[in-house]
Design a binder for this molecule. Sequence first.
Ligand code: SME
Length: 163
Amino acid sequence: MLHTQAISATDKPTLYAELAQQARGLFVGERNLIANAANFSALIYHALPQLNWAGFYLFDGTELVVGPFQGKPACIRIALGRGVCGTAAQQRQTQLVRDVSTHPNHIYCDAASQSEIVVPLIHADGSLLGVWDVDSPVTDRFDDDDRTGMEALCAVFMETLRA
Ligand code: SME
């Protein structure tokens, strides 16, 4: 049976290292994008405290379309350059928004969201797969350790597509 273990780490770098190890375990022998994206969302959403949404927006060649996620139903389509997700996709840089109320471009899918982090997902050939988006109901929930940790987790996820 597929299962994950309780995360025991209290400091963020160790926590993210444990999560990366669990993610690798979930992906062993499986390259299916939707399956791995769904399990990745569930792993992170349930392992990290103070999240209200964790999931993917996938690029369909024109815009971002919501993919596997955990949390409440979300906005379906986001144009490149719009919102925090569209900005991350267009600039190809992680966006760390400590307080969405001060971000001019934030799209409210869930009014509960107060802070968020969005990591662009780029294929080995340089093309855009989409973005990984994590939202919190707590202002200032994410810091540079979360940015580093989320980018490392996304790298583990992208590896599964190449294996
Ligand atoms: N807040 C995001 C939209 C996606 S949801 O939060 C799930 C944004 O500004 O791009």
